[in-house]
Ligand binder design. Structure first.
Ligand code: GLN
Length: 342
């Protein structure tokens, strides 16, 4: 009788163990379902909506006017499903989140080698507009995700005039986003009037032939590029195009050759968060890009893009709530590209 009881007790313990431990592990090995992703986006929003740490960027005066409380979280999967909560239809300036997409255009036009040779792909470990970083290696501008390298990327886009150059970039972004994007003129004017530091970067590059069109033209087109308005949902489609190997999952059109996708994602992982790229990789484990407009796009290769949007930034210029939301979703499903550690 006693043995029977022990056996019953053991089976109960085993069943409980299977339910609590084994079943969730089994479930986590499969990609998260639509219902799970929908719930996770809502959870991330609810969990961090009241966080008020950080402050709007104010070195571009117009960005300081954007309502700080805006907050949105969006996922677009590699199959084109959309899960979004909060201010996901508010159009904010894309800022530095534009940089990997322009680098992708340069790769598409000139190959991956051209970006490595003429711009570089080394992380700087320094802030996004570090003049020191631009002076560090005299042959290249270091990588396409810091300001100097992004201006160099713009200078490499094939065009005969400034307007052609900008139109090529906007058309490329439209194809990635499956949308007709437009410039937020007030943001452009505000940054154009205060971008002396970026002009300095361009002239430093020009002094050692590391910029490939007129330096002031490239800086101005770069400034317009940063002022393009996107919603969290549109940005998530741009990211999902990378997650889907270069084919836009909404339009079904191939935008970027598949061979360039890992190159773009590689630079995003090592340099997408500037001097916080290490801790970002350590915590979220995902290639991502931030911008001072408050947007962040993270890419889970083959699966989805996760976007957070919130204007308040930390010291490194990265959106506090957007980071938290993406980290939360990545950890919840074990999405790190290095494995889930289980
Ligand atoms: N347009 C901004 C600048 O050049 C972009 C910076 C950013 O988003 N980190 O300063």
């Amino acid at each position: 009788m006693k043995t029977e009881m022990t056996m019953v007790a053991r089976s109960i313990v085993l069943m409980a163990w299977l339910l609590v431990v084994a079943v969730p592990v089994e479930a986590r090995e499969n990609p998260p379902s639509a219902a799970e992703l929908k719930a996770a986006v809502q959870e991330a929003y609810d969990k961090f909506k009241d966080v008020t740490d950080g402050a709007n960027a104010n070195y571009i005066p117009e960005l300081d006017k954007v309502p700080s409380d805006l907050f949105g979280v969006a996922i677009v999967t590699a199959r084109g499903e959309v899960f979004a909560v909060g201010d996901v239809d508010y159009s904010f300036s894309i800022q530095s989140v534009s940089k990997p997409f322009t680098a992708a255009l340069v790769m598409q036009q000139q190959g991956a080698e051209a970006v490595a040779q003429k711009i570089g792909v080394e992380p700087t470990g320094l802030v996004f507009n570090s003049i020191m970083a631009t002076q560090l290696i005299p042959q290249v501008s270091v990588n396409p995700l810091v300001n100097s390298g992004a201006i160099a990327s713009v200078s490499m886009v094939k065009a005969d005039s400034a307007s052609q150059r900008f139109d090529a970039i906007l058309d490329w972004f439209n194809r990635l986003a499956a949308a007709q994007l437009t410039v937020i003129e007030d943001v452009y004017q505000s940054e154009a009037a205060t971008n002396q530091r970026n002009r300095a970067h361009a002239y430093i590059l020009a002094a050692s032939e590391r910029i490939y069109s007129d330096p002031m033209e490239a800086t101005d087109v770069y400034t317009r590029q940063c002022s393009i308005g996107v919603t969290a949902k549109q940005l998530a489609v741009m990211g999902a195009t990378l997650a889907n190997g270069g084919t836009n999952p909404v339009t079904g059109q191939r935008v970027l050759d598949a061979q360039y996708v890992p190159k773009v994602l590689s630079v995003m992982l090592t340099a997408g968060f500037y001097n916080e790229s290490g801790i970002w990789s350590y915590t979220a484990g995902l290639p991502a890009k931030t911008g001072v407009g408050g947007g962040i796009v993270a890419v889970v290769p083959g699966r989805m893009a996760i976007v957070g949007f919130s204007p308040r930034l930390n010291e490194a210029g990265n959106s506090v709530r957007a980071m938290k939301a993406i980290q939360y979703i990545s950890e919840k499903f074990g999405l790190s590209i290095f494995g889930d550690g289980r």
